[in-house]
Design a protein around this ligand. Structure first.
Ligand code: G3H
Ligand code: 13P
Ligand code: ZN
Length: 330
């Protein structure tokens, strides 16, 4: 049993309280390799933002759970070495079983998500409560989810989105004891968040997605004043990366994300954690594809992973400074 407190990590409780009161959201960036972790930490140190390092079960399988945990521990030391002891949380993204959540709590995670959103309501409540009862013994915070996002939720896939029902949230939060609640108001996972027929097109032929359901968010906030709300599927799918990818051998079709102004608006509300994974994947892929095409004789991984890492850092700083408004809040 390893306590996150001994690793220098923090849970989300204080982070979220400050974010709600301060009208910003804490970034939750997914990572599964060293370059992503370096980019996240150096960006958040440079702009002085708190950060949630997020690990999916797929990432855990890919990178090895022990290595990832030591990397998070290393992230705390790396931040100090860069000059700032920013709050860093290590969070399990889309945990799909009690056993997985328990294993993460036992090995030093400071926060876990139990995603029972695809289960019938009562089963979601029972599973979430079981995780909360275990995690809270160790002061590990828990995120639950109500409502289903369209797209692929880790190993949970949903053909259609089912928006969160505001009339269920009080019952869910009080029965489970969760510390934060992920909701469905029209965001979606991945780089293809919407079908073209759900969108309109702007003058450049780029798809414009349907707006987020701020009316549902407001109704939820009325039910749970001051309670921390989480938005998954919040990549904006920057079209400049899509263009670089597609002009350098890629084939991304109709890739479209959540407009930044809507995320900025959400961050001012009780939304205090915003999840971003796909945008980082696009930034890395764009840089690597470009270097492979422009410098075909290059074969030192540092020569393409390095620029990809620099671009990632730029992207994460932009998110903190201009979208989530978490810069300067560490
Ligand atoms: O919401 C899902 C995250 O983007 C993680 O994706 O399961 O491919 O690691 P992954
Ligand atoms: P994106 O696919 O929009 O980056 O969402 C990531 C996410 O929600 C991770 O849980
Ligand atoms: Zn998610």
């Amino acid at each position: 049993m390893v306590s996150y407190k001994d690793l220098g990590l923090v849970n989300t409780r204080e982070m979220f309280k400050k974010a709600i009161n301060g009208g910003y959201a804490v970034p939750a960036f997914n990572f599964n390799n060293m370059e992503q972790m370096q980019a996240i930490i150096s960006a958040c140190v440079e702009c002085s933002s708190p950060v949630i390092l997020q690990v999916s079960s797929g990432a855990r399988k890919y990178a090895n759970q022990t290595l990832l945990r030591y990397m998070a521990q290393g992230a705390v030391e790396y931040a100090k070495e860069l000059g700032k002891n920013i709050p860093i949380c290590l969070h399990l993204d889309h945990g799909n079983s009690f056993e997985l959540c328990k294993s993460c709590v036992d090995m030093g995670f400071s926060s876990v998500m139990i995603d029972g959103s695809s289960l019938p309501y009562d089963e979601n409540v029972a599973l979430t409560k079981k995780v909360v009862d275990y995690a809270h013994q160790f002061d590990v915070t828990v995120e639950g989810e109500l409502g289903v996002l369209a797209g692929v939720e880790d190993e949970v896939s949903a053909e259609e989105a089912h928006y969160t029902r505001p009339e269920e949230v009080i019952d869910f939060v009080s029965k489970t004891g969760v510390d934060s609640l992920a909701i469905s108001i029209g965001t979606s996972h991945g780089a293809n968040k919407f079908k073209p027929e759900q969108c309109t097109r702007n003058a450049d032929g780029i798809l414009v997605p349907p707006p987020l359901r701020f009316d549902i968010l407001e109704a939820i906030e009325k039910q749970l004043p001051g309670f921390p709300i989480v938005l998954h599927g919040s990549s904006s799918v920057p079209q400049e990366y899509v263009k670089i990818i597609n002009t350098h051998g890629g084939a991304l079709k109709d890739a479209v994300g959540i407009p930044e102004d809507q995320l900025r608006q959400a961050a001012k509300s009780a939304v205090c954690k915003i999840n971003i994974d796909s945008d980082g994947r696009l930034a890395m892929t764009a840089m690597i594809r470009k270097i492979f095409v422009d410098q075909p004789a290059e074969f030192d991984p540092r020569k393409y992973l390095g620029p990809a890492r620099d671009e990632l850092k730029k992207l994460y700083m932009h998110k903190c400074e201009n979208v989530l408004c978490s810069a300067g809040k560490a």
